[in-house]
Design a protein around this ligand. Structure first.
Ligand code: SF4
Length: 271
């Protein structure tokens, strides 16, 4: 079972990226489970025709752990992707990881934490007290950082590197940085900047996703791009990224940058 986790600043496009990767992997015939961990619970929305599925946290609160069945928490979406939303408290509050811990416990009890590929879509903001939990507990083994070329986004990615470096130095630590994904914001020199950031932290750029209006069109139609516009260039980019992730064997302990180095780097690439 391959367990990948996408981390990055809130609003950077992790859920869109995760849902398209899941869809592309499922279309290759793989059994895929996507777990969203964000109080907004919209990680899996585009895989299930725009619905907001019930969250594990809400169900645990309502019925208690024992009253939950597999059908209550696992929803089948496009191409058979199994979708789970961990949920959490109100946005911005953070739950110190309770959402994701409760989800893992429930899924393990139900024997539902199994697939060829598990895709975790985890809010990695500083507001989230528990974002390191999947890494700490060994669920997120291959971490992909999703960032743009904007400084705040690189700053968040660099912070997540610090968490990975700290956790992977522990004896039980199994999480590693598998690569960086650039979800472009049309910053000039963006691909080169994010590529250089990846190199300096001791990793590599595994994918560059250009900005394309088809992403919004697909979302308005409540679908992933891979489903909505399979012939589009953007769908091909997501499929290519999914293939690279599937074949990727790279596992690094990253070396986070100092704040000054990060700023200098961004400055160098911004005309
Ligand atoms: S673990 Fe973090 S991302 Fe998940 S619901 Fe709790 S606060 Fe949010």
């Amino acid at each position: 079972m391959k367990q990948i986790a996408l981390y990055g600043k809130g609003g950077i496009g992790k859920s869109t990226t995760a849902a398209n990767i899941s869809a592309a992997l499922a279309l290759r015939g793989l059994d895929v489970l996507q777990i969203g961990c964000d109080p907004k619970r919209d990680s899996t929305r585009m895989l299930v025709q725009g619905r907001l599925i019930p969250t594990v946290m809400d169900l645990v609160r309502e019925r208690g752990d024992a009253g939950i069945s597999r059908e209550d928490v696992v929803y089948t979406g496009f191409a058979g992707v199994k979708c789970v939303e961990a949920g959490g408290p109100e946005p911005g509050v953070g739950c110190a990881g309770r959402g994701i811990i409760a989800t893992f416990q429930v899924l393990e009890r139900l024997g539902a934490l199994c697939a060829d590929v598990v895709v975790y879509d985890v809010l990695g903001d500083v507001v989230c007290g528990g974002f390191a939990m999947p890494m700490r507990e060994g669920y997120a083994q291959e971490v992909y950082l999703v960032t743009s070329g904007e400084l705040m986004s690189l700053y968040a990615a660099n912070n997540i590197c610090k968490a990975i470096a700290r956790l992977s130095s522990r004896t039980r630590g199994t999480c590693r940085l598998a690569g960086v994904i650039c979800n472009a914001r049309d910053v000039r020199g963006e691909e080169e900047l994010v590529g250089e950031f990846a190199r300096r932290i001791g990793s590599t750029l595994v994918g560059f996703i250009p900005r394309d209006p088809v992403v919004q069109q697909a979302e308005l139609n409540r679908k992933t791009v891979v489903e909505f516009a399979p012939e589009s260039r953007q769908a091909a980019i997501y499929r290519d990224l999914a293939a690279r992730i599937l074949e990727n064997r790279r596992m690094d302990i990253p070396v986070p940058l100092g704040m000054e180095e990060l700023e200098t780097l961004a400055y160098e690439f911004t005309p």
